[in-house]
Write a protein that binds this ligand. Structure first.
Ligand code: ATP
Ligand code: MG
Length: 114
């Protein structure tokens, strides 16, 4: 299992959400977060105006998938939906995940995902 975390622009929430729904992922968790990248948050634009603060509001998606094929698919989908080409578009991280449990059925591992 692989966990993907994507931090994107707030205004891309709907675009990324519907792009992920269209490829039928099994679950999505979304967080409102604050963050900065290499520019430390300075001179980024938020909803059209230049802001000068060190942490900017962003949206974080967490998705757990069962294979590297799905990892590639999800990352490509998020990248395409979240892209503007300007600084602050965000970042996508992925890493191996040890376990999963579906609480209702006690299924574990891959069975808990599908
Ligand atoms: N190394 C990092 N570790 C944790 N979170 C990060 C890291 N880099 C970026 N982020 C998160 O992603 C958000 C968006 O980052 P951002 O797109 O500004 O990255 P960047 O490396 O500065 O790229 P760009 O030059 O395109 O702006 C940040 O606000 C932060 O929440
Ligand atoms: Mg940046």
């Amino acid at each position: 299992m692989i966990k993907i975390e994507a931090i994107v622009r707030e205004e891309k929430l709907e675009d990324v959400k519907s792009a992920l729904n269209s490829i039928e992922v099994n679950g999505i968790t979304v967080f409102q977060v604050m963050g900065c990248g290499t520019q430390k948050g300075y001179a980024e634009t938020v909803r059209g105006s230049v802001v000068d603060v060190s942490l900017l509001p962003k949206v974080k998606f967490e998705i757990v998938v069962s294979s590297e094929e799905w990892e590639r698919k999800v990352i490509e989908t998020i990248q395409k939906a979240a892209f503007t080409g300007k600084i602050g578009d965000g970042k996508i991280f992925s890493y191996d995940l040890r376990g999963a449990v579906r609480i209702r059925t006690s299924e574990t591992g891959y069975d808990a995902l599908n």
